[in-house]
Design a protein. Structure first.
Length: 452
């Protein structure tokens, strides 16, 4: 097993020896954040049945501010906001090296009686993985996350309204070794701590925006990679905080380049043979042809899964390396879907999500759209050549409100995920839109205080 990954027996042995004294039992909320409890490790094994803890149902039905918002079937004041059970998946156990004597285990969510909570993001993805398994397939994925680092602490940033912050680089450091060396003490620590948590680190590089960087990790199975993605985001913030920095994964921090989350995905069969490679045009299989066609056909109506926040849609700017046109191309970074690799490594890169994405929902959306293309036998268009920003092609929605309505009316989404999941995510989107529409921004005050 990869160093930093632990079996249940290994975890228990480390607890008995005193090397682990705290276990994070974590679920992932609608926003993609890890939520849960720090459990005394001895109590975890001695007193908890199978390590199951309970937590309030509002964790899967609240906004970013953790408000108990109305309109969700899962929760209400009338049903008392009861508890849900967090059932550990011991295959997900990892060390958490940036906290002393700590390990983490991800949990699936059930009702206390044992039935599945369908709107839990981890289980939404697991059900799409089960659809793959029915065909004898499994998915491999890698997520590439960009973030911007500041010399300011999180408390300083909050107290100053996130204005006049000091990025760690003052010019474009894309691929610059000098630029990354300026912050190598932080980046190096993040890489080492993530390796200690069982992640296979590939590289770190500078990016275009001021203070923007990326750390890449090797691909993994779908659910395992999303667990890793979530733990990395949490850990990077916590390590930055410990070192006196702050960093953000928000999709669009300023008017310069946004933070992306490029998702690479491929399929393997039961004999570990590539499903996307074949004898057709471009070296594609028929399955890959249909899968790509499904992605292009349905990504617009599934955009809520790829771009879940108000801020997400500000990233889609022409000429910014964030896609606007729903096209695919061979190694073409202007397209929403960039196909790379050959033979066993053949895969697509979805360039739609930003750093704010919930990876479980985005991966579930990619599987649902691709499988719809396979099931419906959709025809793949030719690879787009040229500048996709200037192409006459379907576009991503321009606002969260538009994305919510597209998802709500999507027959494919309702067939793939179920009405309960669609209604839940639609309500979450509408809550966010309503919160934004009621807010008064600095932009409005600057524009209108005196001059309007």
């Amino acid at each position: 097993m990869q160093r930093g990954r632990l079996s249940r027996d290994e975890l228990e042995e480390l607890v008995r020896s005193g090397d682990i004294d705290t276990i994070l039992v974590a679920i992932v909320d609608i926003q993609g954040r890890m939520q849960g409890k720090r459990v005394d490790a001895q109590y975890f094994f001695d007193d908890l049945h199978e390590g199951v803890v309970e937590g309030c149902s509002y964790l899967l039905a609240s906004d970013v501010d953790m408000r108990t918002v109305e309109g969700f079937a899962l929760t209400s004041w009338e049903n008392g906001y009861g508890d849900l059970a967090f059932v550990p998946d011991f295959t997900s156990t990892r060390r958490v090296p940036w906290h002393a004597k700590t390990a983490c285990v991800f949990a699936d969510v059930t009702h206390v009686g044992g039935s599945d909570v369908s709107v839990s993001p981890r289980q939404i993805l697991s059900r799409q993985c089960a659809r793959l398994a029915e065909r004898g397939w499994r998915g491999l994925t890698g997520t590439e996350l960009e973030f911007i680092v500041f010399h300011d602490t999180y408390e300083e940033a909050w107290q100053h309204g996130y204005r006049e912050m000091s990025p760690v680089n003052l010019y474009n450091v894309d691929y610059s070794l000098l630029g990354t060396s300026r912050i190598e003490p932080l980046l190096g620590r993040i890489r080492r701590e993530m390796r200690g948590a069982g992640m296979v680190v590939e590289s770190a590089k500078g990016e275009c925006n001021l203070g923007q960087h990326e750390i890449a990790f090797k691909y993994d199975e779908l659910v395992a990679k999303c667990d890793e993605h979530s733990l990395f985001k949490l850990g990077a913030k916590e390590i930055a905080d410990q070192e006196g920095y702050s960093l953000t994964f928000m999709a669009k921090y300023d008017e310069r380049e946004g933070n992306s989350c490029h998702i690479h995905l491929s399929l393997r069969d039961e004999n570990d043979r590539p499903v996307f490679a074949g004898e057709g045009e471009y070296g594609f299989s028929d399955v890959f042809d249909h899968f790509l066609a499904g992605l292009l056909t349905y990504s617009r109506e599934l955009s809520l899964l790829f771009a879940p926040n108000i801020n997400s849609y500000k990233r889609y700017v022409e000429g910014s390396f964030a896609p606007t046109a729903l096209l695919w191309g061979l190694d073409n970074r202007t397209c929403s879907y960039r196909v790379v690799g050959h033979g066993p490594s053949l895969r697509f890169e979805c360039r739609i999500p930003g750093g704010d994405v919930n990876p479980y929902l985005a991966e579930a959306g990619l599987l649902a759209a691709g499988l719809a293309g396979v099931e419906e036998g959709l025809t793949r268009p030719d690879a787009f050549v040229g500048n996709a920003y200037a192409a006459d092609a379907p576009r991503m929605p321009t606002t969260l409100a538009e994305a919510v309505e597209l998802f709500d009316s999507s027959a494919m989404a309702r067939a793939a995920f179920g009405d309960d999941v669609v209604d839940h995510l639609v309500q979450a989107g509408r809550v966010e839109v309503a919160a934004f529409n009621s807010a008064i921004t600095d932009w409005e005050r600057y524009r209108g205080f005196e001059r309007l």
